[in-house]
Design a protein around this ligand. Structure first.
Ligand code: ATP
Length: 375
């Protein structure tokens, strides 16, 4: 069964226009005018069970709006969604038992009470039997090393400690799908790594499906085999991370360290005839060879190694995903082929139903913009 099935999903918001000046304010009082914002524009994708998929895009691309529709917080304007076989905003009671949600920028824990008490309240919300809850809690507490924190009020936790507690909270009822919206935002590299390792483990051991939005591409590199890239509410890439890199990176770089000062003319002679290969001298003893994708690394390497003496070290430089993704964001399209395909089936459509906010998933998710701290 598919974990997530989305077809032609659209979300429009009506935003009130504010006219300028006192006269404008008075007019606003009597006749309100609205602008339509289309945050998500007829997107379609399917995620099989057990996959970890990255959902990325620039600020305002529509990531959070999608997650909110997938978790039943927002009602779509049009299109179809099934998550675990349920329509999120309709079948909420049954639906929420199968999903876990972490919004990095807001808390699902009660601010002033001890962490363990928040967990107990969540146990009741999700109707988890006490014995099962204890077993699961012990396991999660051990894995995320929360032992000392359980009796502290949430407001006294550091961001990293709170985020580990948020993860436990989202997993207490053993959901099969986890939605993570910026789960590593603001965390230091140690906590980020711990959280990534933990997520990899639960995915591997329990087959948890994970949909993850992030601006940190290291999260994507560490966790995701697939990435969906959004631009202005549309999907501009859906595929493997490796494929994205190889299709979009301009080439590879190999850095050589020599025993003596390299002569650029000699280096160029070695790679003569290899189209697109170029050289630059970095300092007295190192030079870098740039290779377009069409040229085989071993062909180029063997020419240099065979023709130049005294090579001390060779470094093949990793493709920098950040740079690639930045380039794609700038151009707004991951490939011509994708853009062509998209333009065939997308296009502005008339909204079919009004937007709206569904009832809260569990306790209080009514405030859309402000962090929710219970207390
Ligand atoms: N409740 C709302 N009312 C009106 N417009 C909204 C609302 N929520 C989101 N938007 C608009 O929809 C668009 C997409 O916003 P969304 O929060 O989904 O983007 P995002 O990709 O998650 O961005 P970020 O990375 O900054 O969190 C933006 O133009 C945003 O201003």
């Amino acid at each position: 069964m598919l974990a997530i099935d989305v077809k032609d999903l659209r979300k429009q918001f009506s935003v009130q226009k504010n006219r300028e000046g006192l006269g404008g304010a008075l007019k606003d009082l009597f006749k309100r005018e609205y602008n339509e914002i289309t945050a998500v524009k007829d997107i379609s994708f399917q995620i099989p069970q057990g996959q970890i998929c990255g959902y990325i895009g620039e600020n305002g691309a529509g990531k959070s709006t999608t997650i909110k529709m997938l978790t039943g917080i927002l009602v779509p304007t049009s299109g179809h969604i099934q998550v675990n076989g349920f329509v999120p905003f309709k079948d909420r009671e049954k639906f929420v038992n199968g999903i876990g949600v972490v919004f990095g920028q807001r808390s699902q824990l009660w601010w002033d009470i001890g962490v363990i008490e928040s967990f107990q309240l969540l146990r009741k919300v999700y109707r988890v039997p006490e014995e099962e809850f204890r077993k699961r809690l012990n396991e999660l507490v051990e894995r995320l090393q929360l032992g000392d924190l359980l009796n502290r009020p949430v407001r006294k936790l550091s961001l990293g400690q709170r985020m580990r507690c948020e993860l436990v909270a989202s997993l207490l009822h053993n959901p099969s799908i986890l939605f993570l919206d910026e789960p590593t935002i603001g965390l230091d590299i140690v906590v980020k790594t711990e959280i990534r390792d933990f997520l990899k483990k639960i995915n591997r051991e329990q087959g948890t499906t994970i949909l993850l939005t992030t601006h940190d591409l290291q999260d994507i590199e560490a966790l995701c085999t697939r990435v969906i890239m959004l631009d202005d509410g549309r999907i501009i890439y859906d595929g493997g991370l490796d494929e994205l890199k190889s299709r979009w990176s301009k080439g590879r770089e190999i850095q050589f360290q020599f025993g003596e000062q390299p002569d650029i003319r000699v280096l160029k002679q070695q790679t003569e005839g290899l189209s697109g290969v170029s050289w630059s001298i970095d300092n007295e003893v190192t030079a870098t060879m740039f290779l377009p994708h069409e040229i085989n690394v071993s062909d180029a390497l063997s020419r240099v190694v065979g023709g130049v003496a005294d090579i001390r070290d060779i470094k093949i430089m990793e493709t920098n995903t950040d740079e690639i993704v930045r380039e794609i964001y700038k151009s707004g399209s991951a490939s011509q082929e994708t853009a062509d395909k998209l333009s065939q089936y997308m296009g502005e459509r008339t909204p079919e139903s009004s937007d709206g906010t569904a009832a809260p998933i569990t306790k209080d998710s009514s405030s859309e913009k402000e962090p929710v701290h219970h207390g």
